[in-house]
Design a protein around this ligand. Structure first.
Ligand code: C2O
Ligand code: CU
Length: 486
């Protein structure tokens, strides 16, 4: 590998995409080189066929698991487009049920948002659906279905979407790691109990098989003094990944796609709720001994290594590590003027309570007995698969261009990653304390009983969802639809 591995500038072509099928094929998946192309394209064009496939989730030594995936792979192919350019994706549905694609974290026009019964009709088996939008913001994003989500994502339908900076940071290599967990039966097949009432009213569906890019983690060779950009994505239905590094001290450069002032992670644990992402720079300066990426399982908290960084017996890439990184350029997101902002309180409630029998929340549709969660007292029940084509009405309306504050309160004994569609918000307050540097995000993890305020300019007209990204919570009521006038 040349000492200055060029950063891919152009999106992969269809042919390169097929070559990228190696992603998810065993431990090599951790280090899959990115297809590079010298050609410049205005935009990127892909076909994504959602279909059954097989992935060796438990490693090459065990029989592969039947999954549903884009191009039959879990995770799906990495989609790449340059900031400011257009992404065209033709979704081909070869699943046995309707589906859509939602572009998580990307500010798209409403009709491209991929939410059945809110922004489009679900795409029936055999149908093709063209998605097309300009990616205004650089960063690490992802794509996934938005109907019957617990099953469709739980069977493997999701993939990374990377919008490349016009001026990317200097790195030698880039790794994209899609973190997930899988609930498998003893024979290795996917447990089909996606409507499990206990999971729905507690922590969601947690699987015991942890994967990075669809395979058990493994060894990742590093060359001394190289700098690796690591993009981490949590696509699990419910698991909150709590990670730390042993033997390396990465730079944190972006959260949920949005740049942050680079800082060393130090002792801080990286907490990624379902749907959340982070970008790190790892300088390969490890010493002898343990150099692991550790996954912590709170509250018991016995960390396990999910990847090991190893140094081969080779000359350092350069004499010393690179100097501290400069911040990534900010994305063109409107700055909310908080004075005079319009406030909306959103209270998340429900779920199991210690010592209380589980019961559906008041107002829950008797046809969906697991209406276990509410937003402002109301469960949002999304018909499974979205094939009834009934438009879900918005529960409140925002004037286009208005600056709004959503005052979020988690009034439950569980943690919830709350995701907003169509807009990127600033976290301006947490538990009553103003944040000195408001954090930009699309998904905010509210731990039990936590409150937070998020602010944004409602500049994207249409009907948008806000929901918990623990998919079992989302499907049992924890969501709302709001409208931005046109
Ligand atoms: Cu990642 Cu509404 O979804
Ligand atoms: Cu939740």
């Amino acid at each position: 590998m040349p000492s200055d591995f060029p950063r891919p500038r152009a999106p992969v072509t269809r042919r390169a995409l097929l070559g990228a099928a190696a992603l998810g094929a065993g431990a090599a998946a951790l280090c899959a080189a990115l297809p590079a192309s010298a050609a410049r394209h205005a935009g990127a064009r892909y076909t994504l066929t959602a279909r059954p496939g097989r992935t060796a989730l438990r490693g090459a030594a065990k029989p592969a698991t039947e999954i549903w995936g884009y191009e039959g792979q879990a995770p799906g192919p990495i989609l790449r487009v340059r900031q400011g350019e257009r992404l065209d994706v033709a979704l081909v549905n070869r699943l046995p049920q309707p589906t859509t694609i939602h572009w998580h974290g990307i500010r798209v026009p409403n009709d491209m948002d991929g939410v059945p019964d809110v922004t489009q009709h679900a795409v029936a088996p055999g149908e093709v659906y063209p998605y097309s939008f300009v990616c205004a913001d650089a960063g690490t994003y992802w794509y996934h279905p938005h109907g019957n989500s617990a099953e469709q994502l739980g069977r493997g339908l999701s993939g990374p979407l990377i919008v490349e900076e016009t001026t990317p940071p200097r790195v030698d290599r880039e790794l994209v790691w899609v973190l997930s967990d899988w609930k498998l039966k003893d024979d290795g097949s996917i447990d089909p109990d996606f409507a499990n009432a206990h999971e729905r009213s507690h922590d969601g569906r947690l699987g015991g098989t942890i994967t990075i890019n669809g395979a058990p983690g493994g060894e990742v060779p590093l060359r001394r003094n190289e700098r690796v950009r690591l993009r981490l994505l949590n696509v699990a239905n419910a698991r909150i990944f709590e990670l730390s590094f042993e033997g390396h001290d990465p730079w944190l450069i972006a959260l949920d796609g949005q740049p942050v002032a680079p800082r060393r992670l130090g002792k801080e644990r990286l907490v990624l709720g379902s749907g959340m992402r982070t970008d790190l720079l790892i300088d390969a300066t490890g010493d002898a001994g343990e150099r692991d990426l550790l996954l912590h399982y709170p509250p018991g908290d016995d960390p396990v290594a999910i990847a090991q960084f190893v140094y081969r017996d080779e000359a350092p890439l350069r004499a010393a590590p690179l100097p501290p990184p400069t911040p990534l350029a900010a994305n063109p997101i409107a700055m909310p003027a908080l004075a005079g902002a319009e406030r909306h309180a959103l209270v998340f409630a429900g779920g199991a309570r210690p010592g209380m029998p589980m019961r559906p929340q008041p107002g829950a549709d008797p046809a969906h007995p697991h209406g276990a969660w509410t937003v402002n007292g109301k469960p949002l029940i999304h018909a499974a698969g979205g094939h009834d084509h009934q438009r879900i009405p918005p529960s409140f309306t925002l004037e286009r261009g208005a600056t709004v504050i959503f005052a979020l309160k988690n009034d439950t004994v569980f943690d919830h990653p709350i995701h907003l569609h169509g807009h990127t918000f600033r976290i301006v307050m947490r538990n009553g304390k103003a944040l000195e540097t408001p954090l930009l995000s699309d998904t905010i993890l509210l731990t039990q009983q936590e409150s937070a305020e998020i602010a944004f300019v409602a500049d994207n007209p249409g009907d948008w969802m806000l929901h918990c990204h623990i998919l079992e919570h989302q499907e049992s009521g924890m969501g709302a639809v709001f409208r931005v006038t046109s």
